[in-house]
Design a protein around this ligand. Structure first.
Ligand SMILES: NC(=O)c1ccc[n+]([C@@H]2O[C@H](COP(=O)([O-])OP(=O)(O)OC[C@H]3O[C@@H](n4cnc5c(N)ncnc54)[C@H](OP(=O)(O)O)[C@@H]3O)[C@@H](O)[C@H]2O)c1
Length: 391
C-alpha cells in the first residue's frame, strides 16, 4: 500500500554516493511520480546540503555527528529536520510518510536500517547487497512476514527480476549472472602481485563507489551477488552460474524449465535499474542513451578464472556452508578492501585475509541478529590482526 496513489514517497539512504546521486537524478526527472522524504549521508555534509536544497526532503540525517551543526545551520531555515548519528537513520526509515526505502549506503551499515524499514512495512529498493549477504535468511523471512517487497537495484538482479515479470509462477531452472571481469580480466597472479589501488579503481564499464569498484576487480562483487541472488530468488547454489561478459550489455539471464532463456540487455547505466525499482511495475519514459547493435558487433562470453580470482570461489564456499559464513566473508572483505584502499594490504592479500577469516571465525549454523552482530565484530578483529601481522 502506498500513502499517496499518485506519488511514491521515498527515503534515499546514502544519497551522496554513486547510486544515491543517480537516484536523485531519476527522482528529479519524474516529479509527478516521486517525493523525497529523507536523505542520508555518512560525512559528506556539503553534498547532502546541496541535495536537500534541490529536492526539499522533510528530513536529513548526517551520520557523522561532528557535521551536524553545519547541516543544521544550512537546512533548518528551509524547514528541513536535521538529525545526526547512525541510530537516527534506523529510526527515520520508520516515518509514516515513507512508502519505499532505497538502501544505497555501502557495507554492513545498511543492515539495521533495512531491518527497521521492513519492520515498519516499507518496501525496499535494495542496492546495499551487503545486507542480503550478511543476513539473507533473516531479511527475506522478515519481509515475507511483513508483506514487504524487495526490489533489486543491482543491475544483474534487476535484469533477472525484469525477465521474471509475467513468469513468477514458472520455476527457474537456473540463472546466469554476467560479470564484466573488471580491470584485471585475463591477468595472472604474477601480474596481480604488484597492482596498485589506482589500477584497481579503473573499472572498464561502470563508474561506482570505491568499495564496489575494488570488489569488481577482485570478483568479490560477483561473489556477493551470487549470495544476494540466492536470497532474492530462492535459489540453490547449483542454480546460480557466473559468466564473464566483458561488454556488460547482457545484464543477466534466466533459464526456465522448458530450456528457454530470457536475458535483459542495455547499455551499462545504473539509472535504469534504479528507476525500474523505484517505479515498479511501471516503465517510466527516459532519455538514457539507447543501445545500438552496430556499435557492439560482437558480444563475448568466457569462464571466470576462479584460481586467480579466489574471492568468487570463497563466496560460493560460504554460500554452500550457510549459517554465518557469508557474514564472515563480508566483514573480512570490508576490512581487507579498506586496508587495500589505504595501501596497507596487497591486492592478492585481500583473498588471503578472507580465506583465513572464513577458516577461523566462529561458525554459527542458525544465526540470530545478535549472532550476526558478534560475527561481524569478531571477524573485523581477526581480519585487522591478520593485516597488521603482514605489515
Ligand atoms: N555504484 C554502483 O553502480 C552500484 C551498483 C550495484 C550495487 N551497488 C551497491 O550500492 C551500495 C552503494 O554503492 P555506491 O557505489 O553508491 O557507494 P558510494 O559511492 O561509496 O556511496 C556510499 C553512500 O553511503 C554513505 N555511507 C558510507 N558509509 C556509511 C556508513 N557507515 N553509514 C551510513 N552511510 C554510509 C556514503 O556517505 P558519504 O558520501 O557521506 O561518505 C554515501 O552516501 C553498495 O552496497 C554497492 O554494492 C552499487
Amino acid at each position: 500500500m502506498y500513502t499517496d496513489s499518485n506519488k511514491r514517497h521515498i527515503a534515499i539512504l546514502g544519497s551522496t554516493g554513486s547510486i544515491g546521486t543517480q537516484a536523485i537524478d531519476v527522482v528529479r526527472a519524474h516529479p509527478d511520480q516521486f517525493v523525497v522524504e529523507v536523505l542520508t549521508a555518512n560525512s559528506n555534509a556539503d553534498l547532502l546540503i546541496q541535495q536537500a536544497e534541490l529536492v526539499r526532503p522533510n528530513v536529513v540525517v548526517i551520520c557523522d555527528e561532528s557535521r551536524y551543526d553545519q547541516v543544521f545551520a544550512a537546512l533548518d531555515p528551509l524547514d528541513i529536520k536535521v538529525y545526526a548519528g547512525a541510530a537516527s537513520v534506523a529510526s527515520v526509515v520508520q516515518m509514516d510518510s515513507i512508502d519505499m526505502v532505497l538502501t544505497a549506503m555501502v557495507g554492513y551499515a545498511g543492515l539495521l536500517p533495512t531491518i527497521r524499514a521492513i519492520e515498519a512495512g516499507k518496501h525496499i529498493a535494495l542496492a546495499n547487497k551487503e545486507t542480503l549477504v550478511v543476513a539473507g535468511e533473516l531479511i527475506t523471512r522478515l519481509a515475507a512476514e511483513k508483506g514487504v517487497n524487495i526490489y533489486p537495484v543491482d543491475s544483474e538482479h534487476s535484469a533477472i527480476f525484469q525477465c521474471l515479470v509475467g513468469e513468477f509462477h514458472n520455476p527457474i531452472e537456473k540463472i546466469v549472472l554476467t560479470a564484466s571481469g573488471g580491470p584485471f580480466r585475463g591477468k595472472d597472479r604474477a601480474f596481480l602481485e604488484t597492482v596498485t589501488k589506482a589500477q584497481a579503481l579503473k573499472h572498464p564499464n561502470w563508474s561506482m563507489g570505491a568499495k564496489i569498484t575494488i570488489d569488481s576487480a577482485t570478483l568479490m562483487n560477483k561473489g556477493l551477488e551470487v549470495i544476494e541472488a540466492k536470497w532474492l530468488f530462492g535459489l540453490t547454489p547449483e542454480q546460480i552460474e557466473v559468466i564473464v561478459h566483458p561488454q556488460s550489455i547482457i545484464h543477466s539471464l534466466v533459464q526456465f524449465e522448458d530450456g528457454s532463456m530470457k536475458a535483459q540487455m542495455g547499455l551499462p547505466d545504473m539509472r535504469l535499474p534504479i528507476q525500474f525499482a523505484l517505479g515498479y511495475p511501471n516503465r517510466l519514459k527516459s532519455d538514457f542513451p539507447r543501445f545500438d547493435f552496430r556499435q557492439f558487433p560482437s558480444l563475448t562470453f568466457e569462464q571466470p578464472d576462479l584460481e586467480t580470482f579466489r574471492n568468487l570461489q570463497l563466496a560460493f564456499d560460504a554460500l554452500r556452508q550457510g549459517g554465518n559464513a557469508p557474514c564472515i566473508i563480508n566483514a573480512a572483505n570490508e576490512v581487507a578492501v579498506d586496508a587495500f584502499l589505504h595501501e596497507r594490504l596487497s591486492f592478492l592479500g585481500i583473498s588471503d585475509v578472507i580465506a583465513e577469516c572464513l577458516a577461523t571465525a566462529t561458525f554459527v549454523a542458525a544465526p540470530t541478529y545478535d549472532d550476526y552482530v558478534s560475527t561481524d565484530t569478531e571477524t573485523r578483529r581477526l581480519a585487522s590482526e591478520r593485516i597488521k601481522s603482514l605489515v
